[in-house]
Design a protein around this ligand. Structure first.
Ligand SMILES: *Cc1c(COP(=O)(O)O)cnc(C)c1O
Length: 401
């Protein structure tokens, strides 16, 4: 076969704990040295990819293909993910006397959330590696996205989801032809179920950060934020944090853009804020020193399904991002989240997921605390559309006003 090679600058993978370099070929899971996430490392120099090269590229996350791990273009399994708009929230800004508040609307991705970016990349690499079947533990959106991209790639899909997840998530997985397995509990219980089903490694397990490529898909949000804002970065990025993959990924993208010369070496990077639900706030507890780490943390369900991740494997990388960026971690109540959804709907016409409501609620809280200033450029990263969450919010969100 005559294969075309993309211009991917992927060099190798390295262990996020000890830095040892690993070969990027074949099926990859946690690092064999430390059982920690593996990170993709590219061979980047000022000028390796010129900004002028981007101009003619498709308006999807694949416009950054040199900085992505897929080697052969025919393995790019695409549904048009990425390049979502950044909206200026003028009406909320004037209601709250803010100078500059924007929202990147990831709800417009295929399958209605930013999980499309990560799963698009993971399934593209699964295809490239000759995998036939994939399995995922999920709080909802990741399972839907994996099922869609597996359908598009012709791979078998098994999705393991908490039983309390709204029906819309389950039905959509079934619609894409995935096998759906429901589990009593949260995503950590789904992880245990996946390990039981997959003890002989028949399936490729695409749990977040247990393979290196979902992170690479999600990091494209960082490239887009810079490019779409004409290389003027926001002061603060509000990010609803579950597994933290997007937060870590955006931060990785900023560093890659510095290495490429897309951003000046001395540019001030945004402060990164991890927003969680009070019902399940392991990162907030660790950040505030209430626990050494989340290994024993017990979480409860929240209307923001994507935030119900009690023991995120990427915790050290999340905390490191908060520290390096002078950011913080904060949690909000269920009522505040739903009020946040209502306000973004009513005043800006954006039907955000409860995770998106959470970041607006957290913004107001940090403004009251003085941590955010009214003249900061605050970017809300709305991770999903509210449409699949109707079971969770029905009858509650109007009362929240
Ligand atoms: C998964 C999910 C999150 C959490 O994302 P991480 O990158 O894992 O922290 C936030 N919002 C929505 C809508 C999600 O589906």
């Amino acid at each position: 076969m005559n294969l075309t090679i993309t211009s991917s600058l992927l060099g190798n993978l390295h262990c996020s704990r000890c830095g040892i370099v690993h070969d990027p070929c074949g099926r990859k899971t946690l690092s064999t040295c430390c059982q920690a996430p593996l990170l993709c490392q590219y061979v980047l120099d000022v000028g390796s990819v010129l900004l002028s090269d981007l101009q003619a590229r498709p308006k999807s996350m694949w416009r950054y293909e040199e900085l992505l791990p897929v080697i052969q273009p025919q393995n790019q399994v695409s549904l048009g993910e990425g390049y979502t708009p950044i909206l200026t929230l003028n009406r909320l800004a004037s209601r709250y006397n803010l100078n500059h508040i924007t929202l990147k609307d990831e709800g417009l991705n295929p399958t209605g959330s930013f999980k499309a970016r990560g799963l698009c990349m993971a399934i593209s690499k699964a295809k490239e590696n000759g995998e036939r079947a994939c399995i995922i533990p999920t709080a909802g959106n990741a399972g839907v996205a994996m099922a869609a991209y597996c359908a598009r790639a012709g791979l078998e899909a098994v999705v393991v989801m908490p039983r309390h997840t709204p029906d819309a998530f389950k039905e959509e997985c079934i619609g894409y032809g995935a096998q759906l397995i429901e589990v009593d509990g949260l995503i950590n219980d789904c992880v245990a179920k996946v390990q039981e089903i997959n003890q002989y490694d028949a399936y490729f397990d695409v749990s977040t950060l247990k393979e290196p490529y979902r992170l690479e898909g999600k990091k494209t949000m960082g490239f887009e934020i810079a490019e779409q804002l004409n290389w003027q970065l926001p002061d603060v990025i509000m990010y609803p944090t579950g597994g933290g993959t997007g937060l870590i990924g955006i931060w990785k993208a900023f560093h890659e853009m510095k290495a490429l010369g897309w951003l000046p070496g001395n540019v001030a990077l945004p402060r990164m804020v991890a927003v969680q639900a009070e019902q399940c706030a392991p990162i907030v507890a660790s950040w505030q020193g209430e626990q050494v780490n989340s290994k024993q943390y017990v979480g409860r369900p929240t209307v923001a399904n994507g935030l119900a991740v009690p023991r995120p494997i990427g915790e050290p990388l999340i905390l490191n991002t908060l520290l390096e960026s002078s950011g913080t971690a904060i949690s909000v109540s269920e009522d505040d989240m739903l009020e946040g959804v209502s306000e973004l709907c009513r005043h800006e016409g954006v039907f955000v997921a409860p995770e998106g409501g959470a970041i607006w609620a957290a913004t107001k809280k940090l403004l009251r605390l003085g941590w955010l200033r009214p003249d900061d450029h605050i970017l809300l990263l709305n991770t999903g559309s509210g449409q699949k969450y109707l079971d969770n919010i029905k009858g509650k969100w109007e009362r929240s006003l």
